[in-house]
Design a protein around this ligand. Structure first.
Ligand SMILES: C[S@@+](CC[C@H](N)C(=O)[O-])C[C@H]1O[C@@H](n2cnc3c(N)ncnc32)[C@H](O)[C@@H]1O
Length: 432
């Protein structure tokens, strides 16, 4: 039976045609805030950049073989898929489909029906159909495979207990904490967990009781709150992973507009899982901050104090690659698609990956994160030089420095705070 409101109107996200409900406006290229829930068949277009990066990281795993050996299938689950846009994008836009076993699950009947109807209306049609394997405990897995996607309507936790996966995506409304335990147990010996959290008030430190309850953390609302939010979520995942003898390596950890999104690699290893907890600590404020394993003074945390990116994988998340994989081609675009739409789509792809590859090396190791806005007072100068000038100055003095994918202007560097202030001061002297 067709879902209510079907077919709505068609939009192209990446290379994939999606059906928006009639009352949903066409997305624009501008950075988008949280979309209002629009009922079943709901698509949050603000999440398009996160879905693009998910396509890119999965394509990278297939191409570079860092997840499963060549030839072995990757069982990948979008546990809370709503209308199935992400799994449909994996299906259409990731090369090497013969390796993928994609499952799309949601509890909402109409959302799953909407996803299935969309997939049927825009099939990939390459004949990639596969048999559903029996789950753990030799139970039959529910659902149906249609044109290479296994559609299931049910509780994500039940599905994750039933079957092992090499990749799980968790994109709930609000906090992901209630799904973490089941997801981590479902991950095979090695696997990727991709987690979204939209409860940013808790993670950024303004909703203190929710932060304490869900994450056992305290936050401070200042320039570092977005980086704190990412690190608090990472620490929560690391702790649950350690409970299940798994170690965690971040691949890509971002605060993007109105949500936190972290992609981590989990591996089974008791020894490494024990030492994982050494990377959990506190951000102590003052000049401008340092990490410590114990709370002291004015602090936020506990949070992950280790690397945020994998240098190699994040280093390959470039605009060129985004356009190559996800840029709409002539055969993909809807009839009404104009040059303006095409320009908007390409600009959104660029925005989805902005500053990631250039900051990959720094964010995969120890670094100092500097908020541009705080520099004026700290360096005792009236006019803060442009980010471009500051980065050039750091580079010419032999330091690494790069803008980061943060909502506010920030850069990461391997210079220490005193050096940053001194070089910024020199820039101001030079301009007077
Ligand atoms: C934020 S939406 C997901 C958006 C989707 N990932 C996308 O990219 O369009 C959250 C979804 O979780 C579903 N959901 C909530 N609890 C669930 C559960 N226990 N099992 C499966 N789905 C659930 C809701 O029906 C909703 O569609």
């Amino acid at each position: 039976m067709l879902p209510s409101g079907w077919p709505g109107h068609i939009w192209l996200e990446g290379r994939t045609s999606v059906h928006l409900q009639d009352h949903q406006p066409r997305p624009s290229h501008m950075p988008r805030g949280p979309a209002q829930k629009t009922g079943e068949g709901f698509l949050n277009s603000a999440m398009a950049p996160a879905r693009t990066r998910s396509v890119m990281i999965l394509a990278d795993a297939v191409e570079h073989g860092w997840l499963t050996p060549e030839g072995k299938p990757i069982r990948i689950l979008d546990a809370l898929c709503a209308t199935g846009v992400r799994p449909r994008r994996w299906r259409r836009e990731v090369p090497g489909q013969h390796r993928l076993r994609i499952t799309a699950n949601d509890l909402d009947e109409n959302a799953v029906a909407w996803g299935r109807a969309s997939h049927e209306a825009h099939p990939v049609g390459d004949g990639h159909d596969w048999e559903i394997e029996a789950g753990r405990f030799a139970r039959d897995c529910e659902g149906v495979v249609e044109d290479g996607i296994h559609w299931v309507e049910g509780d994500a936790r039940k599905l994750m207990v039933q079957s092992p996966h090499q990749w799980i995506d968790l994109d709930p409304f609000g906090s992901p904490v209630s799904f973490l335990d089941a997801a981590i147990q479902s991950i095979s010996r090695i696997g990727v967990l991709d987690v979204t959290a939209t409860d940013t008030a808790a993670l950024c430190g303004s909703a203190k009781t929710s932060a304490a309850r869900r994450y056992g953390s305290v936050g401070i609302v200042d320039s570092y709150m977005h980086d704190d939010a990412v690190r608090i979520l990472l620490a929560t995942i690391a702790r649950v992973a350690a409970m299940h003898d798994r170690t965690m390596q971040p691949i890509l950890s971002l605060f993007d507009g109105h949500h936190v999104r972290v992609t981590v690699l989990l591996k089974r290893s008791k020894e490494e899982a024990s030492s994982l907890l050494d990377s959990i600590g506190y951000r102590i404020r003052g000049s401008p901050y340092h990490f410590s394993n114990t709370p002291e003074g004015k602090y936020s945390g506990p949070m992950w104090t280790g690397p945020l990116f994998d240098a190699d994988i994040a280093g390959r998340i470039t605009t060129e690659r985004a356009i190559e994989l996800c840029g709409g081609r002539t055969e993909d675009v809807p009839d009404y698609w104009s040059e303006v739409d095409e320009d908007h789509a390409n600009r959104e792809l660029d925005r989805s990956v902005r500053h990631i590859s250039e900051s990959a090396e720094l964010l995969s190791g120890d670094h100092l994160l500097v908020a541009m806005d705080g520099l004026g007072v700290a360096a005792g100068i009236g006019q803060i030089p442009s980010a471009k000038k500051i980065l050039e100055k750091l580079h010419s003095n032999g330091f690494r420095a790069a803008r980061t994918h943060m909502p506010e202007p920030m850069f990461a560097t391997d210079a220490d705070w005193e050096t940053v202030l001194e070089l910024v001061g020199q820039l101001t002297e030079g301009s007077s």
